[in-house]
Design a protein around this ligand. Structure first.
Ligand code: EPU
Length: 421
């Protein structure tokens, strides 16, 4: 298993490019299954989760064609089997996103039921109930969700999400795009990735209104056609590099990103003392060598502060001036990084869903272990500010969501290297 070695204490300074959004690319790839012709998706990030999705397509008999710029052309008409096997689903929960498109387009699907994961129990009951509301018959048997559309295809439905779910909203929106009649999704997720997926579906010919609000209306169409689409920038990668620069007292300019999709994060960074400037597709953060000030925050669905940025802000608070309370309301077990940071000298108290972080004057390098994707990112940030060397184990987690992290951080002046293990 590869490890990262980071020698901390260097102020980040420089310019890098932000990659396409993982959490937008995954549903968009799944949505290509709805088309009745070839579809091209561009600006895909080069990440392990994207490779897993492409491997899943390969298992189903679809061979995506990848060009040198990592645009992928997919022709779903070559599909041979409608099964997403457990070996793949257990490595990537987002595989559940093929369920809605397969039932809508091909009338049936068998998708392994994802289990719990390092950040919580993460049930998929809403995905199942949404499809049932559209007339699908669903049985869970031997660890698989076996779904069948009714005679004549899925029917449009009114569906209320009793918890806001990002991939749940995406799955049902994709299914509704090819259903008979109108669907109305209430208490829908408003994340920018849901809007990006809706725009992709619209580019294929879907009729969707209200994406980005909590009520999405979809008028099903008979067929969805070819399209060429560019995935939006990754707001969590953007936020992660901004926090890394802020924690080290440095400066960073991020290109090919979008300042309008992470306002809650930018606000918290300003509160921590960062100077932030931005243009249409760039953001620059400058701490002018200052130590950040601790901030209080509470995660919640978009447009509130994202759970996927919580761990990184725990790192920021860990070396900030003062004490900050971090409340996690989306997942029940998303504080695993805290215990690793404590090994580096962080002063953090966890009580229920709250971590109270008192900034230490200095963290110290130590061997630590990554437990999930965003936890790994937070340990990288802690390592960048710590005195001495930090060895981060299990960094396969980070390769799921951060494209070329060593190269990007090296470009900003960090001392980071990967050691095969
Ligand atoms: N939930 C249910 N029932 C469901 C679905 C969700 O109770 O059927 C609950 C979950 O257990 C959780 C809450 O609803 O407590 C929100 O979960 P959501 O369904 O929104 O999460 P997700 O769609 O599985 C996506 C991202 C996550 C991100 C969350 C929250 C993708 C592929 N994944 O997950 O990203 O944390 O939304 O914003 O879009 C990451 O990138 O590191 C990551 C974990």
């Amino acid at each position: 298993m590869d490890k990262l070695i980071i020698t901390g204490g260097i102020r980040l300074d420089g310019e890098i490019r932000i990659s396409g959004a993982k959490n937008s690319a995954l549903p968009i790839l799944a949505a290509t299954l709805l088309a009745d012709g070839p579809v091209t998706v561009a600006n895909l990030p080069h990440l392990h989760d994207i490779t897993t999705m492409i491997e899943l397509f390969g298992r189903m008999g679809i061979e995506p064609v990848i060009d040198e710029k990592l645009a992928v052309e997919i022709d779903p008409r070559t599909i041979k089997t409608l099964i997403a096997p457990y070996e793949l689903v257990k490595t990537m929960r987002a595989s559940i996103l093929v369920l809605g498109p397969m039932v809508a387009r091909f009338g049936e699907a068998e998708v392994a039921l994802p289990g719990g994961c390092a950040i919580g129990s993460r049930p998929v009951d809403l995905h199942i109930r949404g499809l049932e509301a559209m007339g699908a018959k669903i049985d869970v048997e031997a660890g698989y969700i076996k779904a069948k559309a009714p005679e004549g295809g899925l029917r449009g439905a009114h569906f209320f999400f009793d918890t806001v779910s990002v991939t749940g909203t995406e799955n049902i929106m994709m299914a509704a795009a090819l259903a008979n009649g109108r669907s109305v999704l209430q208490n829908a997720a408003r994340e920018p990735e849901v809007v990006d997926l809706a725009n992709f579906l619209i580019a294929m010919g879907a009729k969707i209104q209200g994406a980005g609000t909590d009520t999405i209306t979809i008028d099903g169409v008979k067929r969805l056609g070819s399209a060429h689409y560019k995935v939006m920038p990754d707001r969590i990668e953007t936020g992660t590099y901004l926090v890394a620069a802020a924690a080290t007292g440095g400066r960073v300019k991020l290109k090919d990103t979008d300042p309008t999709i992470l306002e809650a994060v930018l606000d918290k960074l300003r509160e921590a003392g960062a100077e932030i400037t931005s243009g249409d597709d760039w953001i620059e953060l400058n701490m002018h060598g200052k130590r950040p000030k601790a901030v209080n925050l509470r995660t919640a669905p978009y447009p509130a502060f994202p759970t996927d940025m919580q761990a990184q802000f725990v790192s920021l608070n860990a070396i900030a001036e003062g004490t900050g309370a971090v409340i996690e309301t989306v997942f029940e077990n998303r504080f695993m990084h805290v215990y690793e940071m404590v090994r580096m000298g962080a002063q953090i108290l966890v009580e229920g869903n709250t971590a109270v972080v008192t900034g230490a004057a200095q963290l110290k390098g130590a061997p630590v272990m990554a437990t999930d994707l965003r936890a790994s990112a937070s340990l990288v940030i802690a390592a960048l500010v710590a005195e001495g060397d930090t060895l981060i184990d299990r960094i396969y987690h980070i390769d799921r969501g951060y494209e070329c992290i060593e190269e990007k951080l090296q470009q900003l002046g960090a001392k980071i290297r990967r050691v095969p293990g």
